[in-house]
Design a protein around this ligand. Structure first.
Ligand SMILES: Cc1cc2nc3c(=O)[nH]c(=O)nc-3n(C[C@H](O)[C@H](O)[C@H](O)COP(=O)(O)OP(=O)(O)OC[C@H]3O[C@@H](n4cnc5c(N)ncnc54)[C@H](O)[C@@H]3O)c2cc1C
Length: 399
C-alpha cells in the first residue's frame, strides 16, 4: 500500500488552504486562536457553517445528493487537517457527523427534507441525549421512556452529561419504547425540540470553569411521532452505526496535530534556567515521544481510510484510534501546560473575548489550563478507555 500523498492531493491541499484563507473572517480566526474556552463559540460556529455551505463545503463527507462533495477519504482528511491548522471554528459535530448520517441512512423523506438542510446550513445546534445516571458505559440499560399515544410520543426520564444542551435548539435522544423485550431491542431514536414544554435543562459546573455539560429532565414531553428515526425498537442499531460511522474522527488527529504545533511554539518561546524549553533534554525527549506517537496515529488513521486489509474487524480499529487519540490529547495538553510552567497557573475565565496579548502574556497562554483540565475527560466520553480496551480484547484477540 502506498500512503504517500500523490501530486493531485498536494494540488488539492493548496486549493483548500487558499479557499479557507479567502473565506475565514479574521476576527473568527483570532477568537479561535486565542480561545480561553474548550467548546465552540456558537455564533461563530453557525456563521462558519453558513459560509462553508455557500460554497457547498459544509458537509463534504455526506453523499452528493444531500449536499456533500464527491471527495476521496484522503481529500476529506486534507480538508479537515487544513481547517484545524487554520484555526477555523469547529463543526457542530452532533449534527454534521452524528445525526446527519443517521438521518440520510435510516430516516424518512420527511426527516431528510426537514433536518438535513438545517444541519448543513448551520441553522441549529444539536444535543446528543444518550447517557443517563446509571447508564453510561452500560447504555442499553437506559430508562427514559417514550409511550406512543395517538400521533405523539410522551417522553419521561432524565439524561445527563448532555454536551451543549443549554444552547441546543434540537436534540437526538435514545428512549425506551418497549420494556418487554431484551434491553437493546426496546430502544428507539427520537428527535426532540429542546424548547418543548416539559424539558428542563440544568448546566453542570466543570473543573475548567465552563458549564457545557448538562442534565436534561423530560417530564411528559410530547413529541410528534414522525420525529422517530427509522423503525421503533431499532434505536440501538442506529446508535451503534452513529458511534462507529466516524471511525477516524475519534482519533482527534487534526486537533492533536494543531495542538502539538502549539506546544512547540510555547517551547520555542518560553525560557527556563537560562535556555529555551525546546533545548531542555527532558522536554526534547517528551516532544520526540509525542511526535512519534502522533505520526503513528496519523498512519493508523490513513490505513483505516485506505481500507487496508487487516486481520482485525474495523470496529477494533475504531477503538484503537479512540484510545490512542484521547491519550495523546492528554499527553499534548500536559506538554503545553508544563512548558508554560508558572504561567499556566494564570487562570483565564473561559471566554470568547480574546484576552489582549502582551509580551509577558502571549496569545498562546490563553486558555491552555482550562483546555488541559477538560481534556482529562477525553478518555471518558465517546466510550471510556477501559470499555474500549474491553472491545479491543474481544474483537481483536477473541478474549
Ligand atoms: C466531557 C463529556 C462530554 C459528554 N458528552 C455527552 C453527550 O453529549 N451526550 C451523551 O449522551 N453523553 C455524554 N457524555 C457521557 C459519556 O458518554 C459517559 O460519561 C461515558 O459513556 C461513561 O459513562 P459513565 O460516566 O456513566 O461512567 P460509568 O459507565 O459508570 O463508568 C465508570 C468507570 O467504570 C469503568 N467501567 C464501566 N464499565 C466497565 C467495564 N465493563 N469494564 C471495565 N471498566 C468499566 C469506566 O471505564 C469508568 O472508568 C459525556 C461525558 C463527558 C465526560
Amino acid at each position: 500500500m502506498d500512503l504517500s500523498y500523490d501530486p493531485a492531493l498536494d494540488a488539492f491541499r493548496k486549493e483548500i488552504r487558499q479557499f479557507i484563507a479567502d473565506i475565514l473572517p479574521a476576527d473568527m480566526q483570532a477568537r479561535q486562536r486565542t480561545k480561553a474556552a474548550n467548546n465552540a463559540y456558537v455564533p461563530d460556529l453557525l456563521a462558519w457553517m453558513r459560509l462553508l455551505d455557500q460554497h457547498g463545503r459544509a458537509v463534504p463527507h455526506w453523499p452528493v445528493e444531500h449536499g456533500g462533495c464527491d471527495w476521496t477519504p484522503q481529500q476529506l482528511f486534507v480538508f479537515n487537517e487544513e481547517l484545524y491548522a487554520a484555526d477555523a471554528p469547529e463543526f457542530d459535530w452532533g449534527g454534521t457527523h452524528m445525526l446527519g448520517p443517521v438521518i440520510y441512512t435510516f430516516g424518512s423523506d420527511f426527516l431528510k427534507d426537514k433536518f438535513l438542510p438545517m444541519i448543513r446550513e448551520g441553522a441549529t445546534m444539536w444535543a446528543q441525549g444518550f447517557s443517563e445516571p446509571g447508564s453510561g458505559s452500560d447504555l442499553a440499560s437506559l430508562r427514559t421512556a417514550a409511550e406512543l399515544v395517538g400521533d405523539k410520543y410522551i417522553v419521561n426520564g432524565q439524561k445527563i452529561w448532555t454536551s451543549g444542551a443549554a444552547h441546543a435548539d434540537w436534540g437526538f435522544f435514545l428512549v425506551r419504547t418497549d420494556k418487554t423485550v431484551k434491553p437493546q431491542r426496546g430502544i428507539s431514536f427520537l428527535i426532540i425540540k429542546m424548547d418543548t414544554p416539559g424539558i428542563t435543562v440544568r448546566q453542570i459546573p466543570q473543573i475548567n470553569g465552563e458549564a457545557h455539560l448538562c442534565e436534561v429532565f423530560l417530564d411528559n414531553v410530547e413529541v410528534p411521532a414522525d420525529q422517530l428515526i427509522g423503525e421503533s425498537g431499532m434505536g440501538w442499531t442506529y446508535a451503534k452505526f452513529l458511534l462507529e460511522h466516524e471511525r477516524t474522527t475519534s482519533s482527534f488527529i487534526y486537533w492533536n496535530k494543531r495542538e502539538l504545533d502549539r506546544a512547540k511554539e510555547i517551547a520555542r518561546s518560553e525560557m527556563r534556567g537560562g535556555r529555551r524549553i525546546a533545548d531542555d533534554p527532558a522536554f526534547r525527549a517528551r516532544f520526540a515521544r509525542a511526535e512519534a506517537d502522533l505520526l503513528a496515529l496519523e498512519w493508523s488513521v490513513l490505513r483505516v481510510l485506505a481500507h487496508e486489509e487487516t486481520d482485525f474487524p474495523e470496529a477494533a480499529a475504531a477503538s484503537v484510534l479512540k484510545v490512542r487519540g484521547s491519550e495523546l490529547q492528554q499527553e499534548i495538553t500536559m506538554l503545553q501546560v508544563d512548558a508554560l510552567g508558572a504561567k499556566s497557573l494564570r487562570y483565564d475565565e473561559p471566554t470568547w473575548d480574546a484576552p489582549a496579548a502582551s509580551a509577558e502574556w502571549p496569545d498562546y497562554v490563553a486558555g491552555r489550563t482550562t483546555i488541559a483540565l477538560i481534556t482529562r475527560a477525553a478518555t471518558i466520553y465517546g466510550g471510556s478507555k477501559q470499555v474500549q480496551k474491553n472491545i479491543l480484547a474481544k474483537l481483536a484477540f477473541g478474549l
